[in-house]
Design a protein around this ligand. Sequence first.
Ligand code: NAD
Length: 486
Amino acid sequence: MKDYYQNYIDGQWVDGGDGTIDVINPGTGEHLAKHAMADAADVARAVAAAKRVHDSGALTSVRPVERGRMVQAMGRYILEHLDEVAELLCLEQGKPLWEAKQEIRGTARYFEYYGGQADTMEGRSIPLGQKYYDFTTYEPFGVSAQIIPWNYPVEMAARSISAALATGNTVVVKSSEICPCSSYIYAHAAEAVGLPAGAINIVCGYGHVAGVALTSHPDVRQIVFTGSVATGQTIARSAADILAPCVLELGGKSGAIVHKDADIDAFTGNVRWGIYFNSGQVCSAMSRIIVHEDRHDEVVENISAMAKSLSVGPGIDRPEFGANMGAMISHKQRDRAVGLVAGAQAEGATVVTGGRPLNNPGSFMEPTVLTGVTPDMEVAQEEIFGPVVSVLKFSTPQEAIEIANGTPYGLVGGTFTQNLDQGMRDAQQLRAGQIFVNEWYAGGVETPFGGYGMSGYGREKGREALMNYVQTKNVAISIGGGSGRS
Ligand code: NAD
């Protein structure tokens, strides 16, 4: 890895007008590298380059299948460089190396999937009688601005870059200032597949400097944001000023309902992924377990044993898939999570296992299970974004739904039962954009993902997401001279 990473604007590696930032390895607390920080002028250059490429028709005049092949080739390029990117991602983000590799495979999959959709954006013909032909086409917006968080910095960027390019947009990515280095791979991939300079620009910068400059730039015509609710609200206001549509993928406080008849062994495996994957720093994490009172003690015993079995430490020392967990992104995030657990104890919750930072220089927190949590507690309402699961009890299915729906969020929800009728009733009643029945994180790149309520709006993933990147044009053709108006 390098000591210093630059921004990528109009095909050039450049320094930033806002100096540099120190990137820290959260697994050791040590300095890892420096990254250039963009100012408003850098952002303006990136937007101008992206607009120039869009206006040139370089991406829109080719047959969509050709564009799609380039997008797919980017994914293959990234896979060919999996080891180098995954190691860097692991070092700057803190996740186990095997999880970082999984993220890079997920990244490549987005390019494969959306590249394959490029030639499927078909319009329709609208019947207006004999005197007209009328049809619709889908056209890209132009410059797509994409603001990326630190929890899956490579995969989240892939989700929006691949769909934007497949539909013929050009892109300016504002990478996370906490975890920016591994985004370099997008520039290399773009060059390797022959995208014109300026089609993809990657700038790192502070949210209040580069982020604001990007989301308020009048030549940005579409915005994709993944991150916190507060920042999403700020971006929605900026987007209103420039009248750019935006997709907001925000936080969550997602609950899994565990019915009396659930398979508890299988459920325990789901908790391992649901809350301890990426140290719980997942927007759709299973942060609440809402369990039938008759199965409560058994669930708590099983998941506590599983949590205790996880080996926690630097991601780079955890190359293999297994019972392990890496660092949180920073001391700040870890201390916030530890503080929320202490607050829950003060409100009457019990820490069955975990709850403390590890006594070493990295940003580690023990895998944590909280019981005695009630729906009104802060820990049951606030997104923790850490390896902390809260267990709540219910006695009737209706009560379970009320607890599950009783937060302002609505990103995902889940239900575990061997009774399909019960599962389907829950799926109907849970207020969230994606429902998992008997498998947390079931689905894939093909399935639409996004929030209800304070979890945001718009959808990423699946075919549905493509509609965020295009605008409809209607062409009405009068034939035969006479008016066919009704
Ligand atoms: P954040 O909101 O602090 O930052 C996200 C990005 O926004 C960063 O790149 C930051 O620089 C930028 N930013 C900050 N202020 C800005 C502004 N005023 N204008 C423009 N850009 C600005 O979030 P984070 O701490 O990086 O990520 C954690 C949060 O993201 C959690 O709440 C999590 O739930 C959410 N998240 C959601 C999803 C999803 O798909 N729904 C995925 C990952 C993370």
